[in-house]
Structure formats: C-alpha cells, structure tokens
Ligand binder design. Structure first.
Ligand code: ZN
Length: 272
C-alpha cells in the first residue's frame, strides 16, 4: 500500500492563478530557491502523478487562505473526497465567523481531517482566537495537519514555530497534531531537537527540497517510523520524487513500509 499523505490541488478555474501566486512568492525568497513546481496544480495532473508513482491513494490538504474562501475551498474538498482514490482534509480559518459551524459541516460530511496553514492564514498557531477551533477539533477527534517551518508567504515570521507547537500541544493534549515537513521545512535542526519524539506524527513533505538523508533518518527514528507518513507536497514535488527520496534512505524495509502507506492506511481507516 502506498499513500501520498500530503498533496494539494485546486479547481481548474483557479489552478493557474494559484500556481502563479505561489511560484512568485517562492521565487522572491532566496531561502526557497530551487523550489519549483513539478505539477500544474490541477486535480487531474495530481491524480496522474500519484498513480504513475504506483500509489493507491492520496490525501489532499485544503488551505483556506482567507475567511471568504472557506466555503468554496471546502466544497472542492468534498468533491475530491468523493473520489475512490482520494481523501481530502478540510480547511478552516480562525478569523472566519462561522469556523466552528464549518468544521461541524465537514465532519458530518465524512471528512477525516483538518489542515491548518498558520503562515498563509497569518494567524499564530498559539493565538488564543484559535482555541475554540482546537477545542472543537479535539472533541471531534479529527487529526489536524499543520504547516511547519519556513514559508515564502511569511518569510520573516514563523506562525507555527516549535515553541508555539509545544504550547498548543500542552494546552490541548487531546488534539491530534500532525507536523508537516518532518517538523519544520528548512528548520530541521529545531525540528530534530525540539519536536521529534514528542508524540506528534510527521509527514515527509518537502524533505526532497534540501533535507540531508542522514538527518531525515535521525528525525524519523527519533519520532518513530510508526509516526511518519509519506508526503510529496505536490505540486511542489511529485509522488514519485517523494517516494524515490524515501526509498533511498538507509531505513529498514519495515520502516519504509510503515511510512509509505501502512501508517496512513490506519489513520484513514483503510486498515485495522
Ligand atoms: Zn503542503
């Protein structure tokens, strides 16, 4: 079983616009130099890439960049989630007046998780206005994937820094936080030291963009291979690229099996 646990795509009508905005932001940041999309951002291209890599399923993470987009982003999430080979996590924006109702609506529709992107939503992870959202997500029992580390949309301030992650973790022990990017895109030293092994699963998205293999192995083993999911962050890398990176790591076959699909299959209810 192979599952790409961290992907994004956009409705056809807005994919080109979204890709131009994100590519422009990345190009303006020397930190993210070398980050170039490997897909066009459409659902169709994503699915073709996922299956070309031999993967069975993918998880599409919906990012609500502004409160006014919340409903439409989640309508698209429902459309993707209805596909036989896909799951889509919903998005929620902490500044939307109806964020709690929207979470209930997504839960009732069968959505299996939530995505938060503090840097693109411009709200600190530990901002108190997020607390009612965390309370509800904890009660619903849904996992919540959060962006970690550097982001070109907020190059000077990390809205999900390790200290904020640890504060939210301490304040919401029932909240099932999943740390994207092995705990911190381009901030992997802090992730390794402060976040790995603290009981929060991680995905491997964007490890392809500069994480040395030896450090990837150290972070994965400190966190436990049973707590790591394969992720590409498509359109920024293809599933094949992410899988190739994982398979080349000096891990055991069993560790790779867990990471490339078994852990995600359990979380998604595809396996006992
Ligand atoms: Zn992502």
């Amino acid at each position: 079983m192979i599952i790409d646990f961290h992907t994004h795509c956009y409705p056809d009508a807005v994919a080109a616009h979204a890709m131009a905005a994100m590519t422009g932001a990345a190009e303006a940041c020397p930190e993210a130099s070398g980050l170039r999309p490997e897909a066009d951002g459409t659902l169709d291209h994503l699915r073709r890439n996922v299956h070309a890599a031999g993967a069975d399923y993918f998880v599409q993470l919906s990012v609500v960049t502004a409160p006014r987009h919340q409903y439409n982003v989640n309508q698209f999430a429902l459309k993707v989630n209805a596909l036989p080979d896909a799951f889509s996590f919903c998005g929620v924006h902490g500044a939307a007046s109806d964020s709690l109702e929207e979470l209930e609506r997504m839960y009732d529709a069968g959505i299996k998780g939530v995505k938060l992107h503090p840097d693109e939503q411009m709200i600190d992870l530990a901002d108190k206005k997020m607390y009612p959202v965390y309370d509800l997500i904890s009660d619903l029992g849904l996992p919540v994937v959060i962006h970690t580390g550097f982001d070109p949309f907020s190059p000077d301030h990390a809205h999900a820094s390790p200290d904020q992650i640890l504060k939210v973790r301490a304040d919401f022990p029932k909240l099932r936080l999943i740390l994207a990017h092995l705990g911190g895109y381009l901030d992997w030293d802090a992730a390794e030291e402060l976040l790995a092994g603290k009981g929060m699963p991680m995905d491997t998205a964007l490890a392809t963009a500069g994480l040395p293999p030896e450090q990837a192995v150290r972070i994965i083993r400190k966190n436990g291979a049973e707590n790591v999911f394969l992720g590409s962050d498509s359109p920024w890398a293809t599933t094949a690229h992410a899988l190739d990176y994982l398979l080349k790591l000096p891990l055991t076959d069993r560790e790779k099996e867990l990471i490339m699909g078994e852990n995600a299959a359990r979380l998604l209810g595809l396996m006992p």
